[in-house]
Design a protein. Structure first.
Length: 72
């Protein structure tokens, strides 16, 4: 099955099945962070704590991401 075919099938999955798919994908990618990746995340977290209003609300992020993922 090609990547295109797999992606076409995702909307047909139930919410629980999509959650499982995301969980499994994260587990596969969760091989641990490199020291460089950890340093980047730590730096960004420190910046967020210093400037908590610099972020955007979750709903705004969700809307933006969904718009970018929408087929053109």
């Amino acid at each position: 099955m090609s990547q295109t075919e797999i992606l076409a099938e995702i909307p047909k999955l139930s919410f629980a099945e999509r959650q499982e798919l995301v969980r499994r994908a994260i587990e596969i990618e969760d091989q641990g962070l490199t020291p460089e990746e950890k340093a980047i995340l730590d730096e960004r977290l420190e910046d967020f704590h210093a400037n908590p209003d610099s972020g955007i609300p979750t709903e705004q992020l969700k809307t933006t991401v969904l718009q970018r993922l929408r087929p053109r």
